[in-house]
Every structure is written in structure tokens, then in C-alpha cells.
Design a protein around this ligand. Structure first.
Ligand code: C2E
Ligand code: MG
Ligand code: MG
Length: 658
């Protein structure tokens, strides 16, 4: 009960709490002050009564009675004469009862004659008066026995006990005590009137004080609230760019993850060479550049997405709109491209680039810290490999600086240092070289020839694969054109990676290149691994269909390793099936032989040409021919070799022994 009242109280605004508490406090102070004033007014009224009694005593009675009369008493005639003498004086000041005691406390004179000669008890008032102090008190007399009718009628009276002195006013000179009683009614009226006026003034003063205080506090409270709002805004926003800051970014990521949203991509971005701008052009230009960077990123993003500045030249993005890693990379790439456009800062054209690392929940982590750390690793990778953007990959954690630097080199020299090797494809029945497979190598100036297995996975993760595929296609199609012109009747097989399927522009590029080198589209066979097809059959079909219509042929590479469903195989417009060399290398084993035999038959049933790859000896060649395999490729015929070597090799026609 108390707890719930307390909770309700805490829910009230500070202003409401203040209003209530100050109202209670002011009311209490008002009541206390009122009470004090009333007491003071009463005191004043009683003091006035004492002063009046003093007048009665000094001017009336004392002038009429001498000291010896007071001491020895008065006879009744003298008392009656005195009554008549004093009547007018008493009437003037409303005295309704009067008793005069001498030092023996014997009543010498009284309005009520019956009391004359009686001795008074020593009450505190009488003894105080004998000690020289006048005392006034309000007394309820109606219930007292033996009182006069007039006193009874008044009920409550003001009694004043007054020392009687003749001559000097020394304390030792006291000759008796006079008690006068005046009606309380008019006194009470005076008190009520006086206190009433005071109360009105008091209430008015306190209401004014309360209103003023309330307004003052209300204003202060409004100002405080505004400040608090401003502080809140500052606490969650970056002062320079006005973008959300790290706090807000963290909150949003935490909240989104807590909602259990199945997919959340975040990105970390940092400007390359920003320090140089700051150092050479000054902080002012650096600041303007950061503001413009924030604006450009915001303009590139979807309305649902968020860009925050974490500090320095580091920005963080929340990509609410994407649902797969490819889309996240696409957005990241768009941001990088937007920032690659020169900035115009106060008339100066500034070129800058950025690196972005992307991490995705739940694939790379389920909490903010892990996601940030992984996006950071990916960004570090993107920066070092000069690829612009990268999706986090566990492999990055082990990437040595040397490897990353190597990627940077690849990016810079991709066009010059990538070379294409060619491996012949041989018809088993005739021994004719019917085609070549283009296999990429990196001809590194210091490291020599680097095989694709080493650099392709990293190129894929860092978004370089698109460029690489285009280069291999262009170089090999140009080469095929040469060979066709020379009179070689060859097809060309080119590998397309999983990323190629996501490259919406690739089919257009292929068509353009075929046209540029005037290569009939049937001469081109694009190899896609079975794993890639199985991972995304829908996209594979789209890609195959768009180019298949133009006459380009397709081959399922590394067949046997990818678990593609037969239904998918049947429905795809492919022309060739390439049995993985894993099975060919172990043909002596009955299981492998059975798989190969089954694959050849399956291929034929589906109307596909079947190629065996990795043929390393004559026995394999013979066995495959026996099983009805159409074509073969392998070291037994020739290793992959540069174009010139291939030309020489085919001319010498040494290798193909049927
Ligand atoms: P792949 O497409 O299956 O290429 C066949 C691989 O088998 C080649 O390795 C080739 O040198 C190797 N090989 C051929 N005959 C034999 C043999 O008798 N014995 C053995 N042990 N190996 C043989 P390479 O050139 O190292 O290429 C490896 C993989 O890299 C390729 O496998 C392909 O998946 C990929 N790759 C190569 N060039 C490209 C390219 O331009 N684009 C893409 N996306 N991938 C490529
Ligand atoms: Mg291949
Ligand atoms: Mg293969």
C-alpha cells in the first residue's frame, strides 16, 4: 500500500511534487504564523485591558481612597458613597466588577458589597500582583459559585489584577491589589476583527508567494527540461556532423538484435588518407570533409538504414534493408563509389577513398561487440588489400599483413600481372584437341607464378572477382580469336565463380566480348561448379538462361562433389558435365569407377557431353574411353600452359596418343 503510493508519487513530475510539497509547507507556515499573530493580538488586547485597569486604579479608586482607608477598611456608608462616585468612571471603561484587597488580602471595597470584609485566597494572580506585576487573564466565570448576577450574565470576562500603590511606584510601596473585570465580548470582537484582517493579509501574502514560487520553479523546470532534451540530443549525436553517435548506434544494434530480427548487416567505414587531408589542409577542411562524407553516405543509403559517426574518420552503418551478404556488399560498394567522387571543399577539390568492412548477424556474431570486431577485421582487410570493401571471413583472422599487402599489389596490377594458362581438352574417341580451359595465374614479379587456389578465395571475399572474371574472359577470348584465325578448331572453357552469378552485369559483358572478338557464342563454354549451382539454383538458372539463349554453352564443373539434385540438373540448360578429378585419380578403385560410370551414363541420359578431368596416365584414358566418356583433360595430355606454349604444343601434335 505504502509502496504503491510511493511509486505513484515517484511517477509525478518534479513540478507536481514541488507544487504539492510547497503547498503543504506554506499552509503549515501560514497556520503557525496565524496562530502566533493571534496570540500576539490577544496579548496586545490584554495589555490594553491592563492599561485601562491602571487608569481605573490610579485615576478613579486611588484618588478616592486614601492609604489608611485601604489599610483599615471602609464603613458601608463610605462604600456606598464610593460606588456612586466611581459609577461614571467605571461605566466609561465598561468595568462590570471590581474588588480591592488590602495587604492582608481583606476585601476593602467591591462592586458586590457582600464580599467586603472577606479574605481572598492567595491565587497566583493575586500573589503576582502583590509582587508588583499586573496580570490579565480571560476567565470563564459563569460556572463559579457566589458571583454577582452581572458577572454571570457576561459569562466570560477579562480579569485584571493590578497592584495598588500610593506615591512612588517602588515594588515595596504596594498597598493592595485591585481586580477589575471587563466583559470579554468586545475584547473578543476586537481580537477577531484584528486577527481576521491579519489572516486575510497573510493568506493573500502566501498565495502571492506561492504563485510566484510556482511560476519561478515552473520556468526553471521548463528550462531544465529543455536543457535535458538538448543534453540527450548531444549525448546521442555527433556534434560535428549531427549524425547519430556511437551510443545511439550501439543502442539501435542492441535493440534490433534483441527483437530477434533474423538478419542484420552492419558496416564499419574509415576514410583512407584522412590524416593527410587534416595535416595538409587543416582541421577546418578536415571537418567540412567529414560533414560532407556523412551527407554522401546518408544519401547513398536506404531511408531505413542508419549511418553513425563513431569518432575521427570512422563511420558505422546499419543496413536494415539487406537480406544477404551480396546485397550488403553491393550497398558497401555503392558507398565506396560515392566517396570516390572528388569532394569540393571551399573551392578545393579533394580526392579521398574509403574502406568498408561488413559483418552480418547471425553468420558472424550475435552481439554488438563481436559484430563490430569482425566488421573491423573486414575493414582492415579491405584497407590493406585496397579492395574498398570486404565481407568478414574467418580466414581474415589469420591473414598475415604480408598476404594483405600482396592483395593490395594484386588490385593495383591485376590487369598486367594476371595471366591465363591453357589446358587442352581432348576427344577420347578421336584424340582430337577440341578445346582449351582457361586457367588463371598471377605472375608475381618476385614470387613467381601464384596458383588460383591461393588468391581466388581472397579476391572473392574482397569484391575483386568481378574484375578478375572480366580480365580472364577478355584475354582468353582475344587468344581464341587468334587461334581461330590461325585455323585451330577450338572451343574455350572459362570458369565462373559463385560471385559471377551475382554479378548482374556479367551476361552483358560476355555478350559484348564475344562481339568484340567476333567469337561465335557456341565456342564459349562457361564452367560453373556443381557446388555453386546447388547453393543457388534459382540464380544459376537465370544466368544460364540469359546467356544460353545467345548460344553460349555451360558445363557443370567438379561434378560429383556438389550434391546437386537430379531435378535441378535436368531443368538447367547445361551442355556438359565435368567429372571431378577426385574420382578420376582413383579410377582403379571399384567405387570410383562405378561413380564415374554412373556419371557418364547420367550425363548421356540428360543429353550432356561428359568430360573427365585430371587424367594422369594412359590407363585412365583407356578406361574412360571404354566407359564411353566423351572428352578428357589432364596432365597426361598436357599441363596448363601459356598461350604461346599451347600454340607450339598443338602444332607439334605430340601428345595425343589414342
Ligand atoms: P578447375 O576448373 O576444376 O580446373 C582444373 C584444375 O585441375 C586446374 O587447376 C588444373 O591445373 C588442374 N588439373 C588439370 N589436370 C590435372 C591433372 O592431371 N592432375 C591434377 N592434379 N590436376 C590437374 P588450377 O589451374 O590450379 O585451378 C584450380 C581451380 O581454380 C580451377 O579448378 C577453377 O575452379 C579455379 N580457377 C582457375 N582459373 C579460374 C578463373 O579464371 N576463374 C575462376 N572463377 N576460377 C578459376
Ligand atoms: Mg574448370
Ligand atoms: Mg574442375
Amino acid at each position: 500500500m505504502i509502496e504503491s503510493a510511493w511509486r505513484k508519487w515517484r511517477q509525478r513530475s518534479l513540478l507536481q511534487q514541488f507544487a504539492l510539497i510547497s503547498l503543504i509547507a506554506i499552509t503549515l507556515i501560514g497556520l503557525l504564523l496565524g496562530q502566533m499573530l493571534r496570540t500576539s493580538v490577544e496579548r496586545q488586547v490584554l495589555d490594553a485591558a491592563i492599561a485601562e485597569a491602571e487608569v481605573v486604579s490610579r485615576l478613579g479608586l486611588q484618588s478616592a481612597i486614601g492609604p489608611s482607608e485601604l489599610k483599615n477598611g471602609l464603613n458601608s456608608d463610605r462604600i456606598r458613597a464610593l460606588q456612586i462616585e466611581l459609577q461614571t468612571d467605571f461605566a466609561r471603561i465598561d468595568v462590570i466588577d471590581l474588588v480591592l484587597w488590602n495587604l492582608e488580602r481583606e476585601v476593602v471595597y467591591a462592586t458586590d458589597m457582600r464580599r467586603v470584609g472577606q479574605t481572598a485566597q492567595l491565587t497566583p494572580e493575586i500573589s503576582k500582583s502583590f509582587a508588583g506585576k499586573p496580570v490579565a487573564r480571560i476567565t470563564e466565570v459563569s460556572h463559579l459559585p457566589n458571583i454577582s448576577a452581572i458577572l454571570k450574565r457576561h459569562g466570560t470576562v477579562v480579569e485584571v489584577y493590578q497592584p495598588v500603590q500610593f506615591g512612588s511606584l517602588d515594588k515595596g510601596n504596594i498597598a493592595g491589589v485591585l481586580r477589575t473585570a471587563i466583559p470579554y465580548e468586545p475584547v473578543a470582537q476586537t481580537i477577531t476583527k484584528e486577527t481576521g484582517r491579519l489572516y486575510i493579509a497573510l493568506v493573500f501574502a502566501f498565495i502571492t508567494l506561492y504563485v510566484l514560487l510556482f511560476r519561478l520553479v515552473a520556468n526553471a523546470s521548463a528550462e531544465l527540461r529543455q536543457r535535458a532534451d538538448e543534453n540527450e540530443q548531444q549525448a546521442r549525436h555527433d556534434a560535428l556532423t549531427g549524425l547519430p553517435n556511437r551510443t545511439q548506434f550501439s543502442e539501435v544494434v542492441d535493440e534490433t538484435l534483441a527483437k530477434g530480427i533474423p538478419y542484420l548487416a552492419i558496416a564499419l567505414m574509415d576514410l583512407d588518407r584522412f590524416k593527410e587531408v587534416n595535416d595538409t589542409l587543416g582541421h577546418h577542411h578536415g571537418d567540412l570533409l567529414l560533414i560532407e562524407t556523412g551527407t554522401r553516405i546518408s544519401n547513398t543509403l536506404d531511408a531505413r538504414d542508419m549511418v553513425a559517426r563513431l569518432g575521427g574518420d570512422e563511420f558505422a552503418l546499419i543496413l536494415h534493408g539487406v537480406t544477404d551478404s551480396e546485397a550488403a556488399l553491393t550497398v558497401a560498394r555503392r558507398v565506396v563509389e560515392a566517396l570516390e567522387q572528388p569532394f569540393n571543399i571551399e573551392g578545393l577539390s579533394i580526392d579521398i577513398s574509403a574502406s568498408i568492412g561488413v559483418s552480418i548477424a547471425p553468420d558472424h556474431g550475435n552481439d554488438l561487440a563481436t559484430l563490430l570486431q569482425r566488421a573491423d577485421v573486414a575493414m582492415y582487410f579491405a584497407k590493406n588489400s585496397k579492395t574498398g570493401c570486404a565481407l568478414y571471413d574467418p580466414g581474415f583472422d589469420n591473414n598475415s599483413r604480408g598476404q594483405l599487402a600482396m592483395l593490395g599489389e594484386l588490385r593495383r596490377s591485376i590487369n598486367e600481372q594476371l595471366v591465363v594458362y591453357y589446358q587442352p581438352k581432348v576427344e577420347l574417341l578421336t584424340g582430337r584437341v577440341c578445346g582449351v580451359e582457361a586457367l588463371v595465374r598471377w605472375d608475381h614479379p618476385e614470387r613467381g607464378l601464384i596458383p588460383p587456389d591461393v588468391f581466388i578465395p581472397i579476391a572473392e571475399r574482397s569484391g575483386m572477382m568481378h574484375t578478375m572474371t572480366r580480365i580472364v574472359l577478355a584475354k582468353s577470348l582475344a587468344q581464341l580469336r587468334d587461334w581461330l584465325d590461325t585455323g585451330f578448331d577450338l572451343d574455350l572453357s572459362v570458369n565462373v565463380s559463385a560471385r559471377g552469378l551475382h554479378d548482374g552485369k556479367l551476361s552483358g559483358v560476355v555478350k559484348d566480348l564475344l562481339q568484340r572478338y567476333a567469337v561465335p557464342s557456341e565456342r564459349l563454354i562457361l564452367e560453373i561448379t556443381e557446388t555453386t549451382i546447388a547453393a543457388d539454383p534459382v540464380r544459376a538458372r537465370e544466368f544460364l538462361t540469359s546467356l544460353g539463349e545467345k548460344g553460349v554453352r555451360f558445363s557443370i564443373d567438379d561434378f560429383g562433389t556438389g550434391y546437386s539434385s537430379l531435378a535441378v540438373l535436368r531443368s538447367l540448360p547445361v551442355n556438359e558435365l565435368k567429372i571431378d578429378r577426385e574420382f578420376i585419380s582413383d579410377l582403379a578403385h571399384p567405387d570410383c569407377a562405378a561413380i564415374v560410370e554412373y556419371s557418364i551414363r547420367l550425363g548421356h541420359v540428360l543429353g550432356l557431353a561428359v568430360v573427365a578431368e585430371g587424367v594422369e596416365d594412359a590407363a585412365d584414358q583407356k578406361q574412360l574411353a571404354g566407359l564411353g566418356c566423351d572428352m578428357a583433360q589432364g596432365y597426361w595430355f598436357a599441363r596448363p600452359m601459356p598461350a604461346d606454349a599451347f600454340t607450339a604444343w598443338i602444332r607439334s601434335d605430340l601428345s595425343i596418343a589414342a
